[in-house]
Each structure stands twice: as structure tokens, then as C-alpha cells.
Design a protein around this ligand. Structure first.
Ligand code: SF4
Ligand code: SF4
Length: 415
């Protein structure tokens, strides 16, 4: 590694060294309480898969460049930056899903997500981040800049979905089935690329007679996956600008945990509310705006709490409220809510592939699903859905993995 890159990496580290990050660097007592908390270690017990092991890779660099005293450095196993050590930095960033389960067990509340953020930014500085994530982030940013040129095509694609939306919920006559550019809408619905993220949601919002508008932008934020705060902000900014232009009351994020966390918790004050689609469905049921037929879902159903929505967003009850209106056979996983095991697909791992690691590191999740005896495994995040579907196949779980929105749309009562 040349001196110039070394200097740039130290500079990057220093820029990410907030007061909180400094505290996380200084305060680990090595008690080991976080070790068993990580699904990767619980599934495949290797030191490199512990939260404290990953953090140590970054802490040892910190000791070298941000602490004084030769003896202390030696005692704390300080290391100089090198090509070899950057491989450890990569391991810290991309064998961790950022699920923050470990944080809930740590007596000091050490946030592995912050440590992982330093690692990811160092990889970007060294041009060693997964290129697929950066490329996808750049594509989202470019779409924001050329949106006026692509609006007509997007509108035509939305129009093509009408028939399938109407199969789920009839038209009240004269209404736009997949509306775009609705000024003063109550809801700006931000979907993912793909009709699976639009059709059930459109049917549910139409059934509830909502005044809504479909966003021109996809919800997913690859800037967050790759750990680039500037790109994260720019990608989210496209949706914020659209919501302001339309003067909407709420931005409703589709079933994408990272998109929700970014929009709700990482973009500062906004003149509109931000909720998950699960919360919107729960509201419609509570207000009697949609009715659901429980006979559509006869077997046992369980729910996987997406880490970004549940542990990090505190959204535990709305999806359960919805499920209890969809079935009399809802069974909890053990553990659940804050202590739920991560599916093993977050942090960009699904997007970059990593299938062998994802399967190996999530055995504990597969065991947890199997133990419920459920026929349907429901979740409210696309990343989790992909990972759970892969686990289903890999471990022969014999479940049907389904989105909460899809289950709800299939159970709509058309009276
Ligand atoms: S954030 Fe999740 S994946 Fe990362 S070390 Fe902690 S428990 Fe493991
Ligand atoms: S639980 Fe907290 S203090 Fe203990 S080893 Fe893990 S990170 Fe360090």
C-alpha cells in the first residue's frame, strides 16, 4: 500500500470518528456478551464472525493512528494499514448484515453499524468496495437527473399494470388504478422495481379509497448498502423532492427495510410523515377501510421481523395486527421482535450475491423457521424475502415465503 492511499485512509477514518464512534473504539471491555448474539457466529462458530472480532479489525487501526504511547499500542495490538489488513476491513464490512442484534446485548450499547460504517467508507476510499453496489447507487442518482425524459415510459409501464391490479380489487369507475403525479395526495407510495411491489399495494390503497400517488423513484437505497452517506442522501433526496413537489401528507415506503430506515431516520426533518406499508395496512383495518377474509389463509403462518423495520425502527406490532386479521393460526418465532435472528441477507449481501456465506451464516434462522411448523413465512422486506426464499430452498424448509402486502391483497373482501 502506498503512502498516499494510507494517508487518505487515515483521513477517511478520522472524518468518520464522531464522538459516538470514538466511544465505541475506546469502550469495549471484551466481555464477549455480543458473541452468541450474532447469527453468523451462532450458525458457524468462528472468531471472525463475532461482533467483537469484526470490531477489533477496525479498533486495531484506531490504536495505531489515533492513540499515543508505544506500550499502549503494543498492548492493544495496534496494526499498520496494509493490503493484508484491508482484507480484514472488507471482512468487517461484508460478513456483517448491520442487523444490530449484538448491540442489544452489549452493556455499553456498542453500535456495530457505526463501526461497519467506518469499514465501508475505508473500502470506498481504497476503491475496494463491491462495485455492483456503487454502480447501482450511481444508476439511481442518474435516474434522478434524467427523470423528466423517462416519465412517459414509466407512466406507460404503470398503465400496463392496471389489469392485474383490477384482478385484486375492482375499479370504482373513472378512477386511476395506478395514479401518478397526484397533487396534495395523502400518500406518496414508494415501491421497488418490479410489479410485485406495486400491484398488491395499489389494490389495497384503492380498496381503502386512498388518495395516493405512485412515486417515479424506486425505494431501495444502494448508497446506504455500500455505506456512502453522500450517495445515500442524494438517492433519498429524489423522493423527498417529489414528496414536496406534490405536497403529500405521508411518504409510505414499500416492503424495504433499508429504504424505510434511510427515509425515516437518516434524512432529518421533513414536511411529511414517513411510515411503512405494514403500518398503512394496519391503519386501514383499524379504521374499517378494508375488510379481510380469513378463510384465504388456512394454514399456520409465522412472521420474520426485518431488522431495519423492527429492531432498528421499533415497528413490531402493526404487522402482527394485520396478520391476526388475516388468520387465526398465527405463530410466533422464538425469539422474536427485538431479539429476532437476522435473516442473514442484509447489509448489501443479497445484492452482491455471497450465497455460500449467506446460507452458512443463517442456519440459526432456518432452524428458527422450521421450529414454528408454519406453512407460510411472511415478511415485510424484499431483502429478507429473497434471503428467506434462498434459505427455504437450501435447507428444505417447505414454507411459502410471502409478503404481508400480497397476503393482504389476496384476502381483500370485495362486497
Ligand atoms: S450487526 Fe448483526 S451481523 Fe453484524 S456483528 Fe452484530 S449481530 Fe452480527
Ligand atoms: S458485548 Fe460490547 S463490550 Fe462486550 S465484547 Fe461485545 S462489543 Fe465489547
Amino acid at each position: 500500500m502506498d503512502a498516499k492511499l494510507k494517508q487518505e485512509l487515515i483521513q477517511t477514518f478520522s472524518e468518520r470518528l464522531s464522538q459516538a464512534a470514538k466511544m465505541y473504539m475506546e469502550n469495549c471491555s471484551r466481555c464477549g456478551l455480543c458473541i452468541e448474539a450474532c447469527h453468523a457466529y451462532a450458525s458457524s462458530p468462528e472468531t471472525r464472525y463475532t461482533a467483537v472480532g469484526r470490531a477489533q479489525n477496525i479498533r486495531r487501526i484506531y490504536e495505531e493512528y489515533f492513540k499515543k504511547g508505544k506500550i499502549a499500542k503494543k498492548l492493544n495490538e495496534a496494526v499498520e494499514l496494509s493490503d493484508f489488513w484491508m482484507e480484514k476491513v472488507y471482512e468487517t464490512a461484508y460478513t456483517c448484515t448491520g442487523c444490530r442484534r449484538c448491540m442489544t446485548y452489549c452493556p455499553f450499547g456498542i453500535d456495530t453499524g457505526v463501526i461497519q460504517g467506518i469499514a465501508k467508507m475505508m473500502l470506498i476510499t481504497a476503491d475496494q468496495e463491491p462495485k455492483a453496489l456503487s454502480m447501482l447507487a450511481d444508476m439511481s442518482i442518474a435516474k434522478g437527473k434524467t427523470i423528466e425524459k423517462t416519465k412517459t415510459n414509466f407512466a406507460a409501464a404503470a398503465k400496463n399494470l392496471e389489469k392485474e391490479v383490477l384482478e385484486r380489487w375492482r375499479s370504482e369507475g373513472g378512477e386511476d388504478v395506478v395514479p401518478l403525479d397526484v397533487q396534495d395526495a395523502n400518500v406518496l407510495y414508494v415501491a421497488l422495481a418490479g410489479k410485485h411491489s406495486i400491484i398488491p399495494a395499489a389494490a389495497i390503497m384503492n380498496a381503502a379509497k386512498e388518495k395516493w400517488s405512485l412515486s417515479y423513484f424506486e425505494a431501495v437505497n444502494f448508497g446506504a448498502f455500500v455505506g456512502n452517506p453522500a450517495k445515500t442522501k442524494e438517492i433519498a433526496g429524489r423522493i423527498i423532492d417529489e414528496a414536496k413537489r406534490l405536497n403529500v401528507k405521508e411518504v409510505v415506503i414499500c416492503e424495504c427495510g433499508t429504504a424505510y430506515r434511510v427515509m425515516k431516520h437518516m434524512t432529518g426533518e421533513k414536511p411529511f410523515g414517513v411510515i411503512t406499508f405494514a403500518e398503512l395496512i394496519a391503519r386501514y383495518i383499524e379504521q374499517g377501510r378494508i375488510k379481510l377474509d380469513k378463510s384465504k389463509l388456512p394454514g399456520k403462518v409465522t412472521y420474520h421481523d426485518p431488522c431495519q423495520i423492527a429492531r432498528q425502527g421499533g415497528i413490531y406490532e402493526p404487522p402482527r395486527y394485520v396478520l391476526n386479521h388475516l388468520t387465526d393460526h398465527f405463530v410466533e418465532m422464538t425469539p422474536n421482535r427485538q431479539a429476532n435472528w437476522c435473516c442473514g441477507g442484509g447489509g448489501g449481501l443479497v445484492a452482491i450475491g455471497e450465497k455460500d456465506f449467506r446460507m452458512k451464516s443463517a442456519k440459526v434462522k432456518a432452524d428458527q423457521v422450521k421450529a414454528t411448523g408454519a406453512e407460510v413465512l411472511c415478511t415485510a422486506c424484499e431483502n429478507c424475502h429473497t434471503q428467506l426464499s434462498d434459505l427455504n430452498e437450501h435447507y428444505g424448509l417447505g414454507v411459502e415465503v410471502m409478503y404481508l402486502s400480497d397476503l393482504t391483497a389476496k384476502a381483500l373482501v370485495q362486497d
